[in-house]
Design a protein around this ligand. Structure first.
Ligand SMILES: Nc1ncnc2c1ncn2[C@@H]1O[C@H](COP(=O)(O)OP(=O)(O)OP(=O)(O)O)[C@@H](O)[C@H]1O
Ligand SMILES: [Mg+2]
Length: 269
């Protein structure tokens, strides 16, 4: 792991550093086992699209990575450091809240419903977490917040409240909030599903730009064109297991699993 982390990112060589490794992740809600042993690796600059029908466990998987749900068993590592390990109480049953907050900030999540604070301006929304977690002086955090708002194209909305923005702008603010954490990886759970069709494009454009900048992303999406054109890897989940994974060409061009073929054939793109 250590040696790998010194290798510069070069997608053509496939030598990028391993950023996230998930090993045999299980999650049950009571008697219902939703995740049945998911293993996954993301390398620096990867954009991994996670596909699957409703109820297959996509959101639960992301929520476990972000520790919004506590996995039942398994192992999650970010840049080699444990995030969750059912074998180590410090990273499972006995974890402290400070550790959880720090780890979340390294792997923030962008939700379908934006989840911005309605009583804060856009700038305050973006500054809130870095002010708390990164422990930097206010003027530095404000500079950082403005730079990420510029990156997503809404710096001019800094003093507006979320309700004064369109859905697409709110989602871009949520992406800026994630970027402000200088994250190792960003998780997206259907970031465009709550948007009016005419607003989907502006959010996807921002995500494409981040992909070009080699921001590592895990994206649960029903946007098949995005998955096919932007991803480095596509993962198809079925009933809590990885049923198929590969490059977009492999998964879209010649899926091995019957279920994946059926899923793709019923999805228009
Ligand atoms: N907190 C919870 N308590 C009990 N069951 C849950 C909970 N969260 C999710 N589930 C169940 O876990 C299963 C997987 O749900 P999940 O939300 O992960 O699916 P999904 O793949 O994201 O679906 P969708 O495409 O509809 O968003 C479903 O059967 C769901 O009812
Ligand atoms: Mg979901």
């Amino acid at each position: 792991m250590q040696a790998q982390s010194q290798v510069a990112f070069d997608p053509s060589q496939g030598t990028a550093e391993t950023v996230l490794s998930v090993d045999n992740l299980h999650k049950s809600f009571g008697a219902l086992e939703v995740l049945k042993g998911i293993s996954l690796e993301a390398h620096k600059g990867d954009v991994i699209s996670i596909l699957g029908s409703s109820g297959s466990g996509k959101s639960t998987f992301l929520r476990c990575l972000n520790l919004l749900e506590t996995p039942s068993t398994g192992d999650i590592r970010l840049k080699g450091e444990p995030v969750f390990s059912s074998k180590d109480p410090k990273f499972s049953t006995k974890r402290d809240r400070g550790l959880t907050a720090r780890q979340r900030s390294r792997m923030p999540m962008v939700f379908q419903g934006f989840n911005l604070w309605s009583h804060m301006t856009i700038l305050q929304n973006v500054m809130a977490a870095p002010s708390k977690v990164l422990n930097r002086p206010a003027h530095e955090v404000e500079e950082l917040a403005m730079s990420v708002l510029e990156r997503v194209g809404i710096a001019n909305k800094r003093d507006m409240y979320p309700s004064q923005l369109s859905g697409g702008q709110q989602q871009r603010a949520a992406i800026a909030r994630a970027l402000a954490m200088k994250p190792t990886l960003i998780l997206f759970d259907e970031p465009t599903s709550a948007l009016d069709p005419e607003l989907v494009g502006e959010v996807l454009r921002v995500m494409r730009k981040l992909a070009e900048e080699h921001v590592t992303m895990l994206v649960v999406t029903h946007e098949m064109n995005f998955a096919r054109d932007v991803s480095t890897k596509v993962v198809f989940l079925h009933q809590g297991l990885v049923e198929e994974e590969g490059t977009p060409d492999e998964v879209f061009g010649s899926p091995k699993s019957q279920r994946c073929r059926e899923f793709l054939s019923t999805t228009s793109y």
